[in-house]
Write a protein that binds this ligand. Structure first.
Ligand SMILES: [Zn+2]
Length: 156
């Protein structure tokens, strides 16, 4: 299973964003290739969707995230244009542990419930308690078990 290795600067950026957006979840990507590694925060529009249609979006951004579609697309286009790759998708859990929830799994497998949209990347979840970073964990797709499992997260 794929292990997660990210740079200290990336981790610092993810943690700063998560603390800043507390008590709401934040989200984004780590992109890169070879010597390049960059963080691309994406706005979480879950609160807006919840306000507009609470039946379709019962959770607000305290317990869910939805990436702003144009920002999401801009990252995809940048990755393509610069011939980089998506290394990780990250999001935060305000006042919850850093686990991979059933919702996270469903979101990661948005096209086909039996396979992630990005089977070769890692998913990083940060736990933010009372506005301060508490813990981070990484999850990757186990191709044999066909399920997500926690994997080693190295920050260097
Ligand atoms: Zn989550």
């Amino acid at each position: 299973m794929k292990a997660a290795s990210i740079r200290r600067a990336s981790m610092d950026a993810i943690v700063a964003q998560a603390e800043c957006e507390f008590p709401f979840e934040c989200c984004g990507f780590i992109i890169g290739d070879g010597s390049v590694e960059e963080v691309r925060p994406v706005a979480n529009i879950q609160n807006r969707m919840h306000a507009e249609d609470a039946a379709a979006f019962p959770r607000d951004a305290r317990t869910a995230f939805l990436m702003e579609p144009k920002e999401h697309l801009a990252v995809m286009l940048e990755v393509d244009r610069r011939k980089l790759a998506i290394r990780a998708v990250y999001h935060s859990h305000p006042d919850h542990d850093a686990y991979f929830s059933a919702t996270d799994r469903a979101q990661a497998c948005s096209f086909d419930p039996s396979e992630p949209d990005y089977p070769d990347i890692v998913y990083i979840v940060t736990s933010i308690r009372a506005g301060k970073f508490a813990h981070a964990a990484a999850f990757a797709w186990d191709f044999e078990k066909k399920e997500f499992a926690e994997t080693k997260l190295t920050v260097e």
